[in-house]
Each structure stands twice: as structure tokens, then as C-alpha cells.
Design a protein around this ligand. Sequence first.
Ligand SMILES: Cc1ncc(COP(=O)(O)O)c(C=O)c1O
Length: 394
Amino acid sequence: MRLAKRVENLPPYLFVEINKKIAEKKARGEEVISFAIGDPDIPTPPHIINKFCEAAHDSANHRYPEQNGLPELRQAIAGWYKKRFAVSLDPDTEILPLIGSKEGIAHAALCFINPGDIALVTDPGYPVYSVSVMLAGGRPYYMPLTEKNNYLPDLDAVPGYILKSTKLLWINYPNNPTGAVAELDFFNRVVEFARKHDLFVCHDAPYTEIAFDGYQPVSFMQANGAKGVGVEFHSLSKTYSMTGWRIGMAIGNAMMIDALKTLKSNWDSGVSQATQHAAIEALTASQDSIQTNNAIYQRRRDLIVEVLNRIGLEAKTPKASLYIWAKVPEGYTSMDFTADLLEQVGVAVTPGIGYGKNGEGYVRLSLTIADATLVKGLSRLSGWRNDRRLTSKK
Ligand SMILES: Cc1ncc(COP(=O)(O)O)c(C=O)c1O
């Protein structure tokens, strides 16, 4: 038996080594404190859970769900976008609920890329963009995100010969893993660039609601003409602590939404209807939990940034997202540092190289660590010693 080449050719999972070390430590009975995963520890607000339970008791929700999402859900998404971003969307043609945004993101390339076509993706970046392009037979072209360019891609640096075969551009702000944000002027430039080179734009925006110090991230759909060139992927996962529920949405360009609808109607049967009812509740009821949770994340952010800088990493304070992107001390690669931290003090972080070549030299720490564990984690981080600096000074 031989597996399909498309699976065999997938890049190796870069966290395998670290995960093995974590498992070994745990097997020895040693506790590992993990800052590695961006998965809210704060539970889903009770009113959303109650709505789900109510809907689960209604036999109407035991049958196959509405394939393109309940009309009331698409209406609720339109109302939420209008209120939050002053963006108008047609619930029938410009909105499609997803089984978590990752599902839609992974399927997008199959709608917009032919074999051999190029997609522009960022490096570092959420790995699903490039892997899905490869699975569709396309080729990713990596645009570096660096501190110097505020982690925004330099669109003008993409060579003309690449643009000739490019069909799709992926962007993501607030950004995972760098925590960077983009403003409307950047999104306006993206629209112009996409028009000039006849590209589809996909903006991945699951972190627009996780923001600090009063900052309010913008939506790509607020850019002039955005709906003419692209779609935005959004999610209830981080906003309402619902990663386990699997519900998100694609909104924007009607032709692109229709393509996703057609593809998905052949492949899946939509989001469980009780979950759709919970999502309506989340989007239309009180939004107070967002501010409450952001205050918790902000406090954690400040504590983590302070400790990281104290032990010799360079960590900037992010305005949004669930992540701190920290430069490792000189003499360490991101993998070396991650392994050393785990070995010395039993703390797990994510090595930046896992997000692409330009992630080298960085690690990512997540804010989704429960307060009691955080205190322990910070005390362990404080105890980390830079052995390499000591050696070189001898
Ligand atoms: C940048 C980015 N996009 C998409 C997702 C997927 O989110 P969802 O739970 O909606 O599938 C994640 C999850 O961590 C993410 O970080």
C-alpha cells in the first residue's frame, strides 16, 4: 500500500521533537507548564452554553443542519459586522458559516488556485495557508514579516515574474504568531495591489476582538473596495472562548463565498444546528465577556513581557492577539532555546521556526494560561539561566 503523494509530500510537523521531549518529561512525572497553545482557558460564557443546551433538546436540531447556515445565524453575523465594523453584508450572498474558521481557510485554496498557481503567504505565518495551497497543487511564495517592516509584508518586493502566476494573497491581522496589527492604510494598499494584479485576497481575522489598552483592530472589509477582491475569515473561537465548539464564518466577496459554498456542499454537511443557535446567542446577546476576558489577557501579557525582558529575551508588548513574540538571546536558535527552557525549568513555548524561516530567532508565548499556573510559570521563567552567555564570558 502506498499513501497519496499529496499526503506524503506534506512538510514534517516541526514541533515533533519538542512534543517528544514534553512527553518524556511528563512520563518521568515532571510537570511541564505550557505557554505553547493559543486556546482560551477561560470557559465559554454561561448564557451561550445555556442556549446550546436548550437547542440540543429541540428535535428540530437533531437532523442535518441547514447546509449554508441558519438564515437567523447569517443575519446575526451581518448584524455583528455592522455594529462592530460598520460593514454591511448581504446574509444570503456574502456570509457563510464554517465548521471553525480553519475548515474554511483550508478549503479556500481549492476554490481559488489551479495546479501550478502561486499564492502569496507570509513567513512567519499560520501554517494552514501554505499547506492548503500545496494540497491544491499550488505553490506558496513566502513574503517575509520582519520587525523592521512592523511584520507587514512588503508587497512591492514581490517579483513581477511571481505575480504573473499568482492568484491568491493571504494576510492575517492581528497576527499569529507575531501579535502585529495592521491599520486601514495597509488594507487599502492590499486592495489596490490585488486589483492591479488580479488577485483574490483572503484575510484571516480571528483575533480582532482580543485587543488591549482600548485599541480596536480594524476589519479588512473596512478598506475601500475590499468586497470587490476578497473575503475575511472570522471565528467565534477566541472571541467567545469557543475553540471546542467549531464555528466560524467567511464573509465578503459574493463570488468567492459562492465558490466556498459549492465546494463545501459537496464535502460536508454544515455546522451542528445547536451550535449555530449558541453562535446566534454569542453574537447578539451581551458582549461584556469580551472586555472582561481582555482585561485578564492584558494583565497576563504585562506580567509575561516583564519577566521575558528581565531574563534576557526581547519581547514587545502586543496591542492585540493572544501572543507574545519574543526574540531569543544571542547564541540560541528558536529550537535550542525552546529545548533549553524545557530542560532547565520545565516550561514549554513554541519555537518560531515552526511558523517559517523568518520565525527563526523567536519564540511565541500564549496568554491562554490559567492564572494559578501562570504564577508558577513566571516563577520558573525567572529562574532560567543563560548558560551560553556565562560560558562565553569565561
Ligand atoms: C491565525 C489563525 N487562524 C485561524 C485559526 C483557526 O481558528 P478556528 O478555531 O476558528 O478554526 C487559528 C487558531 O489558532 C489561528 O491562529
